[in-house]
Write a protein that binds this ligand. Structure first.
Ligand SMILES: C[S@@+](CC[C@H](N)C(=O)[O-])C[C@H]1O[C@@H](n2cnc3c(N)ncnc32)[C@H](O)[C@@H]1O
Length: 218
C-alpha cells in the first residue's frame, strides 16, 4: 500500500487521529483477525468499522463477517480509497463505504447493525458520549460497540520498532474513563479485553433505547 497523506484540516477531524504509517502499524497489529475474534466479531454480522483508516481491520472484518456485510466509514476520502484498495488486494469480500463524520453516522445507518468497531480514535473525540449515542442509534438492541484504546501508559513506554508511538500521554484513557463516557449513551460495559502489548478493548452492549439526531427513539 502506498503512503497516504492525511488532510487533518477536514471539518470534524478528531484530534490526534491521523493514520499511522504501515510499517509500524503492521508490526503492532500483526494479527488483526485474532483481535477481531477476541472482541466477538462473528460470521453473518452486519458490522461497521467506524474511522476505518486504510482498512487494516476492515479487510479481515469483511472476511470474518461473511456472509454478513461490512461498512467502512472515514471522514477522509483518501483513506476510504486506500481502504477500498486494501480490501481488494487482500481478496476480502466487497464492503460498503461511507465518507463522513463518525459523529453523524446515525444519519446514514438505521438500527440494524450488530457490531461497531472504534479502534484507535476514541481518545481524540471531543464529545465521546455523543459519538456513542450515534453508534447506539445504528445498533440493534444487544448489539456490540467495541472501543479499542491505547492503555493510559506514558508514551515513552509504548515503543514500536524502537520509537515511542501512539497519542500523547495526556490524551490516553483508562477503561474506567471509557466506561463513564459510553454508558450514558445507552450501553452496559460487558468486558475489558487485554490486547497486548499496549491496548485494551472495551466491549459494550446496547441495553436501552437510544435517541437519534432527529430525536426519534430507535
Ligand atoms: C488512527 S486512525 C485508526 C484507523 C483504524 N481504526 C485502525 O485502527 O487501523 C484514525 C482514522 O480516523 C479518521 N477520522 C478522524 N476523524 C474522523 C471523524 N470525525 N469521522 C470519521 N473518521 C475520522 C481518520 O481519517 C483516520 O483514518
Amino acid at each position: 500500500m502506498k503512503r497516504v497523506m492525511q488532510d487533518t484540516s477536514l471539518k470534524g477531524f478528531f484530534k490526534a487521529t491521523s493514520m499511522a504509517d504501515m510499517d509500524w502499524w503492521s508490526a503492532l497489529w500483526s494479527e488483526p483477525e485474532a483481535v477481531l475474534r477476541k472482541v466477538g466479531l462473528r460470521p453473518g454480522m452486519k458490522a461497521v468499522d467506524l474511522c476505518c483508516g486504510y482498512g487494516w481491520f476492515t479487510a479481515p472484518m469483511a472476511r470474518m463477517a461473511a456472509p454478513g456485510q461490512v461498512i467502512g466509514v472515514d471522514i477522509d476520502p483518501a483513506m476510504i480509497e486506500a481502504a477500498r484498495q486494501h480490501v481488494q488486494e487482500q481478496g476480502a469480500p466487497e464492503c460498503r463505504w461511507i465518507t463522513g463524520d463518525a459523529g453523524e453516522i446515525d444519519r446514514q445507518l438505521s438500527g440494524n447493525v450488530d457490531f461497531i468497531l472504534v479502534a484507535n480514535v476514541f481518545h481524540g473525540v471531543p464529545d465521546r458520549t455523543a459519538l456513542a449515542r450515534s453508534a447506539a442509534t445504528c445498533l440493534k438492541k444487544g448489539g456490540q460497540l467495541v472501543i479499542i484504546n491505547w492503555h493510559a501508559l506514558p508514551r515513552e513506554e509504548t515503543r514500536v520498532l524502537g520509537e515511542p508511538r501512539g497519542p500523547l500521554t495526556e490524551l490516553r484513557m483508562t477503561p474506567e474513563q471509557t466506561r463513564q463516557d459510553v454508558e450514558p449513551a445507552g450501553f452496559r460495559l460487558h468486558e475489558i479485553i487485554e490486547l497486548k502489548p499496549y491496548h485494551y478493548a472495551a466491549v459494550f452492549l446496547k441495553d436501552q433505547e437510544a435517541t437519534s439526531h432527529d430525536g426519534k427513539s430507535t
